[in-house]
Design a protein around this ligand. Structure first.
Ligand code: X90
Length: 276
């Protein structure tokens, strides 16, 4: 029996050793260029070009066809998408599931709506791999995955909400208060899968302090943390080192964001997913 894990490109990972894994790309577009968020995308170049671009840019979820390409040839597929509250990604993955299950007897697809993105998706992907390695039945993996998702959180600090506002995903009033005078928004993914602002932080020291406080408030006590950054390794390492001071055995991985997360988080942004 062939099993596979599939996610959209906001998970910021392209391979996963020891299991079949594929990523359906989200696309970032201007009037004259499409950036496909895959491993080949030059994220730095994209950010530079978009910074110079005067028009409106936007994003589009993976097509049903691109999900089907990822499912094709597998008996059991576990799919993880970014929050359905802010994107059509979950719906298109579900449409593809319907078609795939109808056209193929005995295949099973489960789509998890992460109600989040980035590092929280990565945590779930790693957990699903662990359960696949244990050879558990499909339904049990689904149940354990969902349960795990209820015990992970996402916190993030963004220096600008410009692209969110441009795409009508947050209000212009909220966006205009961020990014001036070194002010970041500090926020979490709400239970509904939307951006829930917690506070505003002036300066990165405050960001680190807020991050630690909120991880602990959420019930973090030394488990896994996944940190993705948009060209801000320094802040990512500061958060990591502070966590390690408190929890020397914490399992932490720091890595750069891909195209989609960089587009919305913008340069300087930081996403932190944790077990709690
Ligand atoms: O076009 C599309 O369908 C994609 C839209 C994606 C919108 C959300 C992207 C989030 C990227 C930024 C910070 C974390 C937000 C957390 C939301 C729950 C990462």
């Amino acid at each position: 029996m062939k099993r596979k894990i599939v996610a959209d490109s906001s998970c910021d990972m392209w391979e996963l050793n020891g299991v079949d894994f594929a990523v359906a790309p989200i696309t970032i577009s201007t009037d004259n260029k499409h950036y496909v968020d895959n491993q080949e995308l030059d994220v730095h170049l994209m950010s530079e070009e978009l910074a110079k671009y005067k028009g409106v840019s936007h994003t589009a979820c993976p097509s049903v066809g691109s999900w089907l390409d990822c499912y094709e040839g597998f008996d059991e597929v576990f799919v993880i998408t970014l929050t359905g509250a802010m994107s059509g990604t979950y719906n298109s993955a579900m449409t593809a599931k319907g078609i795939y299950e109808e056209e193929n007897e005995n295949v099973k697809v489960h789509v998890f709506d992460s109600l989040s993105t980035g590092p929280e998706m990565r945590l779930l992907i790693e957990k699903l791999k662990e359960k696949i390695d244990e050879d558990l039945p499909f339904e049990e993996i689904v149940e354990k995955g969902q349960d795990y998702l209820n015990h992970t959180r996402l916190f993030f600090a963004l220096k600008s909400l410009h692209n969110f506002a441009m795409n009508g995903r947050v209000s212009k009033a909220v966006a205009s208060a961020i990014g001036v005078l070194n002010i970041s928004i500090f926020a979490t993914a709400s239970e509904e899968g939307t951006i829930q602002q917690i506070s505003k932080c002036r300066g990165e020291k405050k960001v680190v302090k807020s991050m630690i406080e909120h991880l602990e408030d959420a019930g973090y006590h030394g488990g896994k943390v996944r940190i993705s950054h948009a060209d801000n390794l320094k802040l990512a390492h500061n958060v990591r080192d502070k966590i390690l001071e408190l929890y020397p055995n914490a399992d932490i991985i720091v890595y750069p964001m891909g195209g989609l997360c960089t587009y919305y988080a913008e340069i300087g942004g930081l996403l932190v997913g944790c077990e709690c």
